[in-house]
Ligand binder design. Structure first.
Ligand code: PTJ
Length: 261
């Protein structure tokens, strides 16, 4: 039930509508920004293009991402408004499995939003949330509110997971020598191209798969994890994503009919 309007589970776009409603609820509660709704629309469009399922290129990136996070000394998962609305429980669960810290980092930072997002994460079991009262350090050469980071978190992290990100911070974090893992449905975005590892998938599918893989890979030795990372090539994975979309569209354009009736 949303605003007294029932979304029937039989609706062909039920899952997608429920995801939208989570963001709208977050917007009404004041922790998702209007720009977050626009960002989601862009994501939805790319999700249509990849067929709304996790493709092989995303699975490769997920394996590399988990290997990097498990090998890291100071892994950090960065959380913004959209992430808090869509996957708060999954962020906390993944952080617990891989031993990562969770830090709130917002493009449109206000103390009120930070407080609300921290509350949501704590409600989902987070013992520690960085970036609340301790965002006292700054990322050099970054002039947006995203520059404010915790000295215990992103500042000293060697690997940072940045879901639904804007490109500037990814580039700035790379310049600081950090390994950046992005989750971004748009394989053409600056973030996707600047990250070391880009998971081109919807965060609502990617995070549960990351949790599954983290449980499996956690027992493997460091050499095994290193071999996954060494054989990973982000440029090749992004090209695979673009080719996948192009071939899928070509196939659709050549099939008998694309109309429903
Ligand atoms: O909460 P704040 O203040 O930190 O602001 C968050 C937003 C998302 C508004 C801010 O980071 C922003 O403006 O992001 P961009 O530059 O619009 O980039 C967001 C990227 O995430 C776009 O490339 C979208 O395609 C992608 N995206 C949107 N929804 C999803 C997604 N990727 C994966 N899963 C999604 N559900």
């Amino acid at each position: 039930m949303v605003d007294n309007v029932e979304i029937p589970p039989t609706h062909p776009r039920y899952k997608s509508l429920i995801i939208r409603e989570k963001l709208v609820e977050g917007f009404k509660a004041g922790y998702v920004v209007p720009q977050g709704l626009i960002a989601h629309g862009r994501g939805e469009c790319f999700d249509y293009l990849i067929g709304e399922e996790t493709a092989p290129f995303a699975k490769k990136a997920i394996d590399a991402a988990i290997a990097a996070l498990l090998l890291a000394k100071h892994p950090v998962i960065s959380v913004n408004g959209n992430v808090a609305a869509l996957t708060p429980g999954e962020v906390v669960e993944l952080a617990n499995i891989i031993g990562a810290r969770v830090e709130i980092n917002l493009f449109y930072r206000t103390e009120d939003r930070v407080r609300k997002i921290a509350e949501i994460l704590r409600k989902h079991g987070a013992q520690e949330v960085l970036g609340v009262d301790d965002a006292t350090a700054t990322i050099p050469e970054l002039y947006s509110e995203r520059r404010r980071v915790s000295p215990k978190g992103i500042l000293v992290a060697d690997v940072v997971l940045v879901p639904l990100e804007d490109g500037d911070r990814t580039e700035a974090l790379r310049k600081m020598g950090k390994t950046v893992i992005a989750i971004d449905l748009n394989p053409f975005s600056r973030t996707a191209r600047a990250a070391n590892i880009t998971i081109v998938d919807n965060i609502v599918r990617a995070l549960p798969l990351m949790i599954e893989r983290a449980k499996e890979l956690k027992s493997k030795n460091r050499e095994y994890l290193r071999s996954i990372l060494d054989s990973y090539n982000n440029d090749a994975v992004l090209k695979e994503a673009i080719r996948y979309i192009a071939e899928r569209l070509l196939k659709l354009s050549e099939c008998g009919r694309v109309t429903l009736y």
